[in-house]
Write a protein that binds this ligand. Structure first.
Ligand code: COA
Length: 261
């Protein structure tokens, strides 16, 4: 699949919809898809759209980082750090899209698949949405600068619970916790996200985009200072036996007992 076809965009007046289009892999985020999202998000600075809707093709919004083994060549540590920073670059590019962004989420939104909606301005979920951060169960920290996005939506206690326990939480729970702004029947997701997009598109775009930037800069001011190292933490966990055993268990369907090493 080419970089172009990994993302599909549809334009309807002032509203641009971007569809994650790797449905055969549940839109799992491999290097190609993440690079395509980053480049597309950066290109939005030159786009006349006023509102962007992000959704996923197929059964789920996004199953998170691609867990299937890809290229097994071990990169140098210098290259490995840059590779590990790709998700953070992608999420920052999404958060810095000048236009209003709305995630329309159905099915699973797990790990990186939940990080993407949290980097958007608004999140509408279908009643079948299942969200969570399973990274911890794979022996990993939550990276991609996404701890801050989660924390600001649900507060410290719920963020710790979500990120430490790695539970898969239903739509109603995450709406009550403030992660989803709104939950609608699955059949209404497209229409409701379009209606919300139209409301923002009707507002004066200069003022709206400045308000977005001010709120994001203010609320996320500490992110760059604190979260720049989350990719290095991931490289640390990547070398752990717990992570190797957890990923092997995911692929084989076995249980894993973590050993703290
Ligand atoms: N990376 C790579 N492949 C993935 C994937 C991921 N994160 N998540 C799912 N897939 C693959 C499955 O291995 C399966 O592949 P196969 O058809 O070759 O066997 C296919 O997608 C369908 O998955 P399946 O589990 O049968 O679909 P489902 O609808 O029953 O469940 C999920 C979908 C997303 C709930 C489930 O696959 C899942 O929990 N995935 C792991 C999510 C995760 O832990 N992500 C965080 C990574 S940090």
């Amino acid at each position: 699949m080419t970089a172009e076809s990994l993302l599909v965009t549809e334009r309807d007046g002032d509203i641009l919809t971007m569809v994650l289009n790797r449905p055969q892999s549940m839109n799992a985020l491999n290097t190609e898809l993440m690079s395509a999202i980053e480049s597309w998000a950066r290109s939005m600075i030159n786009d006349p759209a006023r509102v962007v809707i992000i959704r996923g093709a197929g059964k789920h919004f996004c199953a998170g980082a691609d867990l299937k083994p890809g290229d097994r060549t071990k990169p140098s540590l210098v290259q490995g750090r840059r590779d590990a920073q790709l998700g953070g670059r992608m999420l920052r590019a999404l958060a810095e899209i000048p236009q209003v962004t709305i995630a329309a989420v159905h099915g699973a939104a797990l790990g990186g698949g939940l990080c993407i909606p949290t980097a958007c301005d608004f999140r509408i979920a279908a009643d079948d949405a299942l969200g969570g951060y399973p990274e911890v169960n794979l022996g990993m920290n939550l990276m991609w600068h996404s701890v801050g996005y989660c924390l600001r939506l649900v507060g410290p206690a719920k963020a710790k619970r979500m990120i430490m326990l790695g539970e898969r939480l239903d739509a109603e729970t995450l709406e009550n916790w403030g992660l989803w702004d709104e939950v609608v029947p699955r059949a209404d997701l497209e229409q409701r996200s379009l209606a919300l997009a139209q409301s923002y598109a009707a507002q004066p775009p200069i003022a709206v985009q400045m308000i977005k930037e001010t709120i994001n800069q203010g609320s996320g001011a500490l992110d760059r200072a604190i979260l720049h190292m989350d990719a290095d933490q991931n490289l640390l966990t990547a070398g752990s036996q717990d992570r190797q055993r957890a990923i092997a268990a995911f692929l084989s369907g076995d249980r894993v007992d973590y050993i703290g090493d």
